[in-house]
Ligand binder design. Structure first.
Ligand code: C2E
Length: 695
């Protein structure tokens, strides 16, 4: 508040007597006031423009102007100067009017006395200062409200609009002018964004005096119908006594934030590559489907899909091609199921399909076949047709589990079984599979410590030249004596060792062991033999493979010509591009290479002629039926002649009987191996056989 004393006063009075009277009264006070007296409106205007005054005392009846005109002209000459009007008793109504024109007060001549005059002048100065500061304050508030990014709406105590800032005008589509006086509910139409139900804002004050109303997930409908998601709060305006005189509503346009939140939720629940629901969302959907199935008495099926050989495509064609293949697969799978079902990506090349309402478990088989067929259709990726197959494991609620986790786990287990039964197939979960899964887990754990605990050893099975009957070689076969489970056949643990990578140290160990043993026999003067060692695909695909083989030969001192590596057809084909180079390198050092289990895989002439090989080992399943099955007889004779035409040694595996031997000899098979000549046995036994032959 302005409390500074009045120092300069302009008196505008044409009546000399009145002017003198005023001067006398003004001189009565303790302060000296510099008083200038002028007698016309014109002079007053000049003084107001040229000099600075603290206040002016204006007579309304001047020779060159009167009444309201006096106030107006004085105001325009000095807009911020406080004005006090002097008037006669009969002109009081007019004087009162001047207050509306900007005068701070009026005094009635004849009723003025010294102290009252000074007090009136001081109050007028204070009132003017207050008005100015209020005006500035209001201006500042107005500018602030128009600058903020939120919409601000004010109402009176009846809920009618009194103010909209610029943002609120834009958000509602109403101008302040149009909206003023209209009910809030007409201008500010708020809805629940989820339910679409209008929020009743007829009387925003109903939200309580102290209450701040803030309803989440609201949307504001603009005048043209467009909806804007908003965050909204309403606060009451209270007077000094705490009574509500209106309300202020502040609304923030949260379109961008809500869009981002929706995107974030989406990306947390979806796989970025395929856009399919991820593991987390699948879990939710399965739980929901189970809840519904309980009420509606139906079944739920989960199909766990693993793409066969995807890694190979990724490795050979690169990740971008692998990604496109996954996208194509995702698209196909979605196309196979109903919109109420869920196709999710678990990661890598694994997908899970949730069939949310299944009448009979068998219906799932139809879906599985459809999915397998869709996957097997060629996928056009980078102008290349890619062919893949898949294995599917199926679990059904409630038969195979009553919660999402168990159902997913059991479908996964069934998928492994499907894979084990050959590609492009599906398997329903059976409880026994869990037993197998547990067994597998325990085998893997024991395998980890088997090398260290020296639980492995090598058995040797002789290989015989069918023309001379001499032992010319032996196959080294791995044996595992498990401390609790006894001897575990290699078929049961080698696939597990391959899966968990343990085959690398184990394979290295048996190669070293077999080479060292053979070298020992050679040094002992026993007849020279070739030792055949099985090489797993994992070893063959390992970048250190060649270096490891050569290092072991170097270390054990075995001449490479006494070593033969057995590789299956599938291993040769899987690494087709690098196979040729590796085989050439091995053979250039004198190491021999044979194709194991020949006849069970591709058995194609083209790869046989392409690769650098020494021998074909006819799979024992054909040898077993040479006599009984004309088809197998034909296969074995074909293999023998194929081998001969390609100058490859042909070795028959699994020869058990004299008849089999006679047949093979009659068809000029080169070599044979099998129980008929000797079972795989500890090194000592082979040593005795070799000694016996030598003598
Ligand atoms: N019924 C019958 N069976 C005969 C006869 N002659 C030999 N066998 C068996 O046939 C399998 C031949 O080995 P494979 O085809 O390389 O098949 C091997 C090979 O694939 C794998 N394996 C064995 N040792 C190793 C190894 O050191 N490394 C790798 N990677 N795999 C190995 O395990 C498979 C099975 O090995 P084993 O159980 O030792 O079984 C051996 C052998 O004991 C016969 O006359 N009748």
């Amino acid at each position: 508040m302005n409390k500074k004393p009045i120092k300069a006063l302009l008196v505008v009075e044409d009546n000399a007597g009145d002017a003198r009277l005023l001067l006398e009264m003004l001189n009565e006070g303790p302060h000296t006031i510099d008083v200038t007296v002028v007698s016309s409106l014109r002079d007053a205007e000049l003084h107001l423009v040229l000099h600075t005054y603290d206040i002016a005392l204006l007579d309304l009846g001047l020779p060159d102007g009167n009444g309201m005109e006096v106030v107006r002209r004085a105001r325009s000459a000095a807009p911020s100067l406080p004005l006090v009007v002097l008037t006669g008793l009969d002109d009081e109504a007019m004087a009162a009017q001047t207050l509306k024109e900007g005068a701070q007060d009026y005094l009635i001549k004849g009723e003025i006395e010294g102290r009252g005059l000074l007090r009136a002048l001081r109050y007028a100065v204070e009132r003017k200062a207050m008005e100015e500061s209020l005006f500035t304050e209001k201006e500042r508030a107005q500018v602030t409200l128009n600058c903020i990014a939120d919409g601000v709406v004010c109402t009176d105590s009846s809920g009618n609009i009194t103010f909209l800032n610029v943002v609120a005008e834009r958000m509602t589509g109403w101008s302040l002018e149009e909206a003023s006086g209209r009910p809030m509910s007409e201008v500010y139409r708020i809805f629940d964004a989820t339910t679409g139900i209008a929020t009743n804002l007829a009387n925003p004050l109903a939200f309580g005096n102290d209450g701040i109303y803030d309803k989440p997930n609201s949307a504001l409908q603009r005048r043209d119908g467009i909806m804007t998601p908003i965050e909204n709060s309403i606060s009451p305006i209270l007077d000094r006594l705490g009574c509500t005189t209106g309300a202020v509503m502040v609304s923030r346009d949260v379109s961008a934030a809500r869009r981002m939140a929706i995107e974030m939720i989406h990306s947390a629940e979806h796989d970025f590559l395929t856009g399919l629901p991820n593991r987390m969302l699948l879990h939710d959907r399965v739980s929901q489907a189970i809840a519904l199935a309980i009420r509606q008495q139906h079944k739920v099926a989960l199909l766990f899909i693993d793409v066969d050989g995807f890694k190979h495509i990724n490795d050979s064609l690169g990740h971008p091609a692998g990604d496109k293949l996954l996208q194509s697969l995702a698209h196909r799978l979605v196309g196979c199921v109903r919109s109420s079902d869920t196709v999710s990506r678990q990661g890598g090349d694994e997908f899970v399909v949730l069939l949310s309402s299944v009448r009979l478990a068998e219906d799932t088989a139809v879906a599985a076949k459809k999915l397998l067929a869709a996957i097997a259709d060629p996928h056009l990726v980078d102008r290349r047709d890619l062919h893949v197959t898949a294995s599917i494991g199926v679990s059904v609620y409630p038969d195979d589990g009553t919660d999402a986790e168990t159902l997913i786990k059991n479908a996964d287990t069934a998928m492994y079984q499907a894979k084990a039964h050959g590609r492009q197939g599906y398997q329903f979960f059976k409880a026994v599979m869990n037993v197998k899964a547990v067994e597998r887990q325990s085998t893997e754990e024991s395998l980890r410590s088997a090398l260290k605990r020296q639980e492995f050893h090598v058995h040797y099975q002789p290989r015989v030249d069918l023309r001379t009957g001499q032992i010319i070689g032996a196959e080294a076969l791995l044996r595992w004596s498990h401390p609790e489970r006894g001897n575990i056949p290699p078929d049961q643990f080698i696939p597990i060792a391959e899966d968990c990578g343990l085959i690398l140290p184990i394979g290295e160990w048996i190669l070293r062991e077999a080479c060292a043993q053979t070298q020992k026999w050679l040094q002992e003067g026993l007849p020279p033999i070739t030792i055949a060692v099985n090489i797993s695909g994992v070893q063959f695909g390992n970048e250190d493979f060649l270096a490891d083989v050569f290092a072991i030969l170097e270390e054990t001192g075995l001449d490479p010509r006494h070593l033969e590596l057995e590789l299956t057809e599938s291993v040769l084909m899987k690494h087709a591009e690098s196979t040729e180079v590796i085989l050439k390198t091995l053979r250039s050092k004198g190491i021999q290479v044979s194709v194991d289990d020949f006849g069970t895989g591709y058995s194609s002439l083209s790869y046989l002629s392409k690769f650098s090989l020494d021998a074909l080992k006819i799979d024992q399943s054909f040898v077993r039926r040479i006599i009984s099955s004309p088809e197998d007889t034909a296969i074995v004779t074909a293999i023998i002649s194929m081998g001969r035409s390609l100058s490859l040694q042909v070795v028959a595996e699994g020869v058990e009987t004299l008849e089999e031997l006679a047949f093979l000899q009659a068809h000029q098979c080169d070599e044979a191996q099998g129980y008929f000549f000797g079972r795989p046995s500890p090194p000592k036994n082979l040593q005795i056989c070799l000694q016996f032959h030598a003598e």
